[in-house]
Design a protein around this ligand. Structure first.
Ligand SMILES: Cc1cc2nc3c(=O)[nH]c(=O)nc-3n(C[C@H](O)[C@H](O)[C@H](O)COP(=O)(O)OP(=O)(O)OC[C@H]3O[C@@H](n4cnc5c(N)ncnc54)[C@H](O)[C@@H]3O)c2cc1C
Length: 396
């Protein structure tokens, strides 16, 4: 169906909005809330929920116009999990009431979200998870441990997958909730990473009560809901639209240009190979986001995320080689709890160390290759001997 609002209409709406809400004099939060209410936040969301029901590829028009007017942004690096994972899941599975409650403060950056999926015994094999939720009247009582939870120390809300029926095979007995991170029984402890910082945490849940009204999707359908989160996560990590020669490859190209002494034909060859690969990944990500106009992301997002991780590690490795011993001086090993992850604004050493996690977070590269093999290329699947065994009978 063609969009009801043309590009010209959209530009006029943004123009009128900016005339009525001067970015220079309007309070930041008031501005963001008004932008959401005008449907100019995420344009492909439905009217009333921050959007106008437009195709996704219209978003850059709005971002460009707001940036040109000096408008405040919603701090996307701080709320990436909310924007990229929680919001699309709430949109797909939430009730009207849930959407109204959570989406506006999420987009405006008033409430940070985190993702309570991984556990000590359930990472790649997420469906093995053991955090138990037991129904008690209008509530669920949750006990268990989650790990590697990015930004849990900042989060007001979490998306959480639990085991509600241990008597059925592992993919069937899960239920998905939204957890209030300020609820009694939620304990967040920092985990220090190779970079020296503690961007992620372990989270202990002890007799935490979650009202049934905070369930997303049906009881026992948590796996289906979680798939929506994971598909969106891969696109959010690997599929961002960006200008040519920006991000990590931009930093590497700049380093090359500024370090005449180290240049030789062999390094040039490696630089150009990475430059071309980064450009191919960028264009593929752009095509992927255009395809998303048709609906939820599919397994193709796994390829974008795989390419992102591989390239980041190769690019940051070459950057260290170009800088030589200078690069070995690590800027700061203070234990900090950052509220954003910023590759470009940090030192070469940070980029090199932090990018190691890129091939683990959001699905390891090995798992993504399995998904591409099975679901994109149609190759034979892995043998899954446990798929019909009740979760409680699985060896642990
Ligand atoms: C920086 C960072 C941030 C993260 N943030 C979050 C977060 O916010 N929330 C959250 O829930 N989780 C988060 N994670 C956790 C992440 O999702 C898991 O680490 C990941 O899914 C892998 O799980 P695991 O660590 O248990 O490793 P395992 O699953 O134990 O894997 C160990 C190794 O075995 C390989 N392997 C496992 N199974 C297979 C297979 N079938 N075929 C081939 N190879 C296989 C893996 O590729 C890996 O190399 C984060 C991780 C990192 C590094």
């Amino acid at each position: 169906m063609p969009p009801l609002i043309t590009q010209h209409d959209l530009e006029n709406r943004i123009h009128d909005f900016l005339a009525a809400h001067d970015p220079g004099s309007t309070d930041r939060l008031d501005f963001l809330r008004a932008r959401f209410d005008a449907g100019l936040a995420w344009l492909h969301y439905p009217p009333g929920l921050g959007g106008l029901g437009l195709p996704r590829d219209r978003q850059p028009i709005a971002e460009k116009a707001f940036a040109a007017a000096g408008a405040p942004d919603n701090g996307p690096r701080r709320i990436g999990i909310g924007l990229g994972m929680a919001a699309p899941t709430i949109l797909a599975f939430g009730s009207d009431e849930q959407k109204q409650r959570w989406l506006r403060p999420l987009w405006c950056g008033e409430e940070v979200w985190c993702q309570l999926f991984s556990e000590p015994g359930a990472g790649s094999d997420l469906a093995a998870l053991a955090t138990r939720a037991v129904r008690d009247g209008d509530d669920w009582v949750v006990n268990g441990q989650k790990v590697w939870t990015s930004m849990a120390h900042e989060a007001r809300w979490a998306i959480l997958v639990t085991r509600t029926d241990p008597d059925v095979p592992k993919h069937q007995g899960m239920t998905y909730f939204v957890l209030d991170m300020t609820a009694p029984g939620v304990e967040v402890r920092p985990l220090r990473q190779i970079t020296g910082e503690a961007e992620f945490n372990e989270v202990f849940l002890t007799d935490v009560r979650i009202p049934d009204s905070q369930r997303l999707g049906a009881v026992g359908e948590g796996w289906k809901v979680a798939q929506t989160t994971l598909m969106n996560e891969r696109v959010a990590i690997g599929g961002g639209a960006s200008p040519r020669e920006s991000g990590m490859i931009g930093v590497l190209a700049k380093t090359w240009r500024e370090n005449e002494k180290v240049r030789d034909a062999a390094l040039h060859d490696r630089l150009m190979t990475l430059w071309v690969a980064a450009e191919a990944a960028r264009l593929t990500a752009q095509r992927l986001s255009a395809q998303l106009a048709a609906g939820q992301p599919g397994p193709e997002g796994s390829a974008a995320k795989y390419a992102f991780a591989t390239l980041n590690q190769q690019i940051s490795g070459l950057e260290l080689e170009l800088l030589g011993e200078e690069a070995l001086r690590y800027d700061d090993w203070t234990m900090r709890r950052p509220d954003t992850v910023d590759f470009v604004g940090r030192s070469p050493g940070y980029r090199y160390l932090r990018s190691k996690g890129n091939s683990i977070e959001g699905g390891t590269s090995e798992i993504l290759l399995n998904i591409i093999a099975e679901r994109v290329l149609g190759l034979p699947g892995e043998i899954r001997a446990d798929k019909d065994v009740a979760w409680k009978d699985l060896p642990r």
